[in-house]
Design a protein around this ligand. Structure first.
Ligand SMILES: Nc1ncnc2c1ncn2[C@@H]1O[C@H](COP(=O)(O)OP(=O)(O)O)[C@@H](O)[C@H]1O
Ligand SMILES: [Mg+2]
Length: 214
């Protein structure tokens, strides 16, 4: 949850940090594409890419010297598209609110396949034979609340009894803010839309997932 918001604001932050970046909207709602048209200051091109043939038709055409950011949409609605993106992604960022409904959607979804399995099985189609490196980004985090740390622990440790899949959780957390809630479709003209995502770029760089900018 919060996928498009975080994809867009991360893209602005990557561009601010000096990265050459291009976006691909692989969600049928095409909200990221609309954002890039409406905002006026969107920092890069957004390509329409909501196809289950993503790996076969979109990926080969990418400029692989750039950071190519994909908004993959919700796996339970478009599992075929998400599968195809996972086939070629170098890094997966899963956005999640520190709430029980979001946690349950990840760990025991009412419908569809649990995301941990979707990611794991993508290994079979990947060149490396390994699943992509995956992080959970906690978003809509209430300042001072106990829930972000609680859910970060549950995710890292595989649930209360350690039997669920274990996730890498980014230490950067995106706060719950009105300026972020209303970001999709609008300019990145507020500090609250920038600071958490600059921190995210710093963390991803420190973890070795982004090239150094020359
Ligand atoms: N950091 C945040 N603080 C408050 N509301 C947020 C935040 N991030 C997202 N939202 C809200 O969550 C909802 C879902 O966001 P969206 O980016 O459209 O998610 P998705 O693309 O996964 O459907 C929207 O109503 C948005 O305003
Ligand atoms: Mg979306």
């Amino acid at each position: 949850m919060g996928g498009t918001t975080n994809t867009g604001l991360l893209t602005y932050a990557l561009a601010r940090a000096g990265h050459a970046v291009t976006c691909y909207d692989a969600d049928e709602s095409l909200q990221l594409l609309a954002w890039s048209r409406e905002a006026g200051d969107f920092p890069c091109t957004v390509h329409e890419a909501d196809t289950p043939a993503f790996a076969d038709t979109v990926y080969p055409e990418m400029d692989h010297t750039r950071i190519n950011v994909v908004d993959a949409g919700h796996a339970e609605n478009h599992p075929d598209i998400v599968d195809s993106v996972l086939e070629v992604a170098d890094l997966v960022i899963l956005t999640l609110s520190p709430t029980n409904p979001d946690y349950e959607r990840l760990t025991k979804p009412e419908r569809g396949t649990a995301l941990a399995k979707v990611i794991k099985r993508s290994a079979a189609l990947r060149e490396t034979g390994e699943p992509p490196t995956t992080y959970v980004l906690l978003n809509r985090c209430q300042a001072g609340a106990a829930s972000p740390a609680k859910y970060a622990d549950l995710l890292r440790n595989g649930g209360k009894d350690g039997t669920l899949p274990k996730w890498n959780v980014l230490s950067t957390q995106i706060p719950r803010r009105e300026a972020i809630a209303s970001a999709v479709g609008f300019p990145c003209d507020k500090r609250e839309r920038r600071a958490p995502y600059d921190a995210l770029v710093t963390e991803l760089t420190q973890r070795g997932h982004l090239p150094t900018v020359r």
